[in-house]
Design a protein around this ligand. Structure first.
Ligand code: NAI
Ligand code: AKG
Length: 546
């Protein structure tokens, strides 16, 4: 089946070519005219993936109920036009291309700073009107000035490097970078933003947009900057309070501002944009041929890799997994998922309080967070059906107040690799442990305290009983007379003594009806019977299609 990829913003031709040339992808381009919310919802119903830039907004309303959509790729950095919690809840993986437009954005920041410092915009406009106004456009030299850089990630550091070349002094603020790293870039790092601001003759922000960075630079903080300071924002509108900035520019406390990004794009409130000492561009930071080609090609490769090879690159709502890593993980993902569905059925998905997963031996060196998500998606599958997958399982478990923890030990026990899951419910704790033979055949080797060796697939009849002679034959007869074939049978004894409590797991070729269960249960030595239905061996996992 072809994977349908929707593109709703302008992507460079080189990026589109990657998608067009992939025989497993069907490309649908809907850039002109811009889709309404309703049209976007409709298009997404038939899409496996979507590639966007900043022009498309994927809100909760748009993403709600999009059961076919598996991946969103942002050709660029900022994912603030995507409702990430909504996407995660829907089980949609969100990925971006973090590095392709860094240099272009840093260059745009420098261009904005220099143009603002030398009044290039208004001077050019004045000449276009036939004027020659040398005096009023006298600017300010940058060499020797102190610039504050807030957010020392990819763009912030690239800006700092360039400012160093302009012989500026650089002070910086980013709570998540070490002073050693900042010093490598010639930046004097401050741990307190308010202490740094009085030093900043220029200030540039390069953080992502988060609740913490919204209005990070407000009226109070602008007041702490020296009179005549200048502010640049080529990151995200709203990191600098737009109203407060307009006030500060009007009052003359801030001499000028250079803005590429706005709270609303295009801005509806234009007081700031119309101020003569405010220089603006329409979100052009990443708009160079080079950056657009890089991000578009990378975005197209990311969506193709995800849909055709299960590769997860630069995901913002799940752990990344390379194609080769995914290859070695498939069986483990499957094993964890099967243990989850097994325990879900044994608890009937009710009253689950918490779960603990233990990874032993080889399993401990795998991507255990992903395996735990896979287990969780199996565990919650009864309650949530096919709405749940590896992407949203942890979030949905947390939302239901079910803590799912993991513990790893590289020391192998009885098996070279093993996953043991324990689920605590209102009634008690259930345990299931699985391994794989020859990296291929999944086996259930632990059930509560019983050691056994059962197939971990298909229809499983599990009955608990006293270990007395003849019982296996009796159960076999009941199944036989109802024409139910036994594929495999495993027994687990609590102690090695006969007569104690035991469990039997019988893999069947068809599912017995209630009458068969009742007949087995009517035996005085049988204490409980349950049927567990697992996917058949080798069945593709939901969503990942592994
Ligand atoms: N104008 C444009 O066209 C473009 C804008 N951008 C925007 O530029 C910004 C930076 O992008 P990158 O450098 O690639 O991101 P990044 O993730 O590499 O860097 C962000 C930095 O902000 C820091 N940070 C987070 N919270 C902070 C806080 N409260 N205070 C101070 N620092 C904080 C982080 O520690 C990180 O170092 C993003 O908002 C991105 O969306 C990026 C590319 C193009
Ligand atoms: O796609 C664009 O033009 C904007 C890029 C951007 O803002 C980003 O990558 O965060």
């Amino acid at each position: 089946m072809l994977h349908r990829v929707l593109v709703t913003d302008n992507l460079s031709a080189a990026g589109l070519k990657v998608l067009e040339e992939n025989p497993e992808i069907e490309l649908v381009i809907k850039t002109d005219p811009k889709l309404s919310v309703e049209q976007l919802r409709e298009e997404l119903q038939d899409a496996d993936g979507i590639v966007i830039r900043s022009g498309t907004t994927l809100t909760e309303e748009v993403l709600e109920g999009q059961s076919r959509l598996k991946a969103i790729v942002r050709a660029g950095v900022g994912v603030d036009n995507i409702d990430i919690p909504a996407a995660t809840r829907q089980g949609i993986v969100v990925m971006n291309t973090p590095a392709g437009n860094t240099i272009s954005t840093a260059e745009h920041t420098i261009a904005m700073m220099m143009a603002m410092a030398r009044n290039i915009g208004p001077a050019s406009a004045s000449m276009r009107e036939g004027k020659w106004e040398k005096k009023i456009f006298t600017g300010t030299q940058l060499a020797g000035k102190t610039i504050g850089v807030i957010g020392l990630g990819r763009v912030g550091l690239a800006v700092a490097q360039r400012c160093l070349g302009l012989e500026m002094r650089i002070v910086g603020y980013d709570p998540f970078i070490s002073s050693e790293r900042a010093n490598e870039f010639g930046i004097e790092l401050y741990r307190d933003l308010d202490e740094m601001l009085p030093k900043c003759e220029l200030l540039t922000v390069h953080t992502t947009m988060t609740p913490e960075t919204k209005n990070l630079i407000n009226a109070e903080r602008m007041a702490k900057m020296p009179k005549g300071a200048r502010i640049i924002n080529c990151a995200r509108g709203g990191i600098i309070d737009e109203d407060a900035l307009a006030d500060a520019v009007e009052s003359g406390h801030i001499a000028g501002a250079a803005l590429d990004v706005f709270l609303q794009e295009p801005p509806k409130e234009t007081r700031l944009v119309k101020l003569p000492s405010v220089l603006t561009t329409p979100h052009l930071g990443a708009s160079t041929d080079e950056a657009q080609e890089l991000v578009a090609v990378e975005a197209s490769e990311i969506i193709s890799g995800f849909l055709t090879r299960n590769e997860v690159r630069h995901a913002v709502n799940m752990a990344p997994v390379s194609a080769s890593e995914m290859g070695g993980m498939k069986k483990y993902i499957d094993l964890a998922y099967r243990l989850g569905i097994l325990l879900a059925q044994q608890t009937h998905g009710e009253g689950i309080r918490s779960a603990e997963i233990h990874y032993r031996g080889e399993a401990a060196s795998k991507h255990t967070r992903l395996l735990t998500s896979s287990f969780s998606s199996g565990l919650l599958s009864i309650a949530l059906g096919d709405r749940i997958n590896i992407v949203n399982a942890s979030m949905l478990a947390e939302e239901r107040g079910i803590p799912i923890s993991e513990e790893t030990s590289k020391k192998a026990g009885d098996f070279s690799t093993m996953i043991v899951a324990e689920v605590t419910t209102d009634q008690g704790t259930l345990r299931a442990g699985g391994t794989m033979f020859g990296h291929e055949y999944l086996r259930l080797v632990l059930m509560d305290d019983y050691q056994l060796d059962a197939y971990l697939d298909g229809t499983m009849l599990i009955y608990r009983h006293r270990d007395v002679p003849g019982l296996i034959g009796l159960v076999g007869t009941v199944l036989g007379k109802n024409n139910i074939n036994i594929a495999h049978m495993a027994l687990g004894r609590e102690t090695n003594q006969p007569g104690g409590d035991s469990v039997a797991v019988i893999n069947l070729d068809s599912k017995p009806g209630q009458d068969v269960i009742d007949e087995i249960l009517s035996n005085k030595d049988v204490t409980a019977v349950e049927i567990v239905q697992l996917p058949v061996a080798g069945a593709p996992l939901p969503w990942l299609g592994l």
